[in-house]
Design a protein around this ligand. Structure first.
Ligand code: SF4
Length: 209
């Protein structure tokens, strides 16, 4: 696995659990509000990567203190080695929460089908008509829709999440997103923070700076 960062402890990223966080390197989206610009290139200088062996050793040392691991990014499902890595995390007795942009439903189906994830949080960037703008790329809408379906049908604890740059999305858009999601699935809206955003001008931060 290519990892761009590791955080030894979070009390807020895995609902109700203490967890470590690992950040995968590489993402296929370019959301203008992204705070993890350094994680977006698939290929990064090896000196900036965190070796998988280091991550596993840190988890092994802390497993008495941790309930689980949050795997975020970047986009974790882009890496074919993800199931094997999660198997090693599982062997340490840790729960796994996966954060995803929903662009790889085939990987998601594999992970859910083999019980390698215990909790899924998926970003839903926008209503369909605005997805390209909020994802910063031509968005794979069919894949996103299939991922939503898979997650909701899996029975696994999950939530969907939308970041709200108010220059790009309004209350009507949030309502539209909610209507497009399964009624029983939690949907969280998180405030956009302009600091370190990938493209603050697109997000409107420049207008208020
Ligand atoms: S916010 Fe967007 S660009 Fe940033 S890691 Fe998530 S999906 Fe990728």
């Amino acid at each position: 696995m290519r990892f761009g960062g590791f955080q030894a402890l979070t009390l807020s990223d895995y609902p109700g659990k203490t967890a470590a966080v690992v950040f995968t390197q590489g993402c296929n989206f370019r959301c203008p509000f992204c705070h993890n610009g350094g994680l977006l290139p698939a290929v990064a200088d090896d000196r900036n990567l965190v070796p998988e062996a280091f991550v596993l050793e840190e988890l092994r040392r802390r497993r008495g203190l941790l309930d689980g691991l949050v795997v975020t990014g970047g986009e974790p499902t882009l890496q074919e080695a993800l199931p094997a890595f999660l198997g090693k995390v599982r062997a340490l007795g840790l729960l796994v929460k996966l954060d995803t942009n929903g662009s790889r439903p085939e990987m998601l189906a594999r992970l859910l089908g083999t019980g390698l994830v215990d909790y899924v949080a998926m970003d839903v960037k926008a209503p369909r008509g605005k997805y390209d703008l909020l994802a910063g790329v031509r968005a794979p809408l069919d894949a996103v829709r299939e991922s939503i379906r898979l997650i909701a049908a899996s029975g696994a604890p999950h939530h969907f999440r939308t970041t709200l740059p108010s220059a790009l999305l309004d209350a009507q858009d949030i309502e539209t997103i909610r209507r497009e999601l399964p009624a029983a699935s939690p949907h969280l809206v998180q405030e956009f923070k302009p600091e370190h955003a990938l493209d603050p001008a697109v997000c409107g931060a420049a207008l208020t700076a």
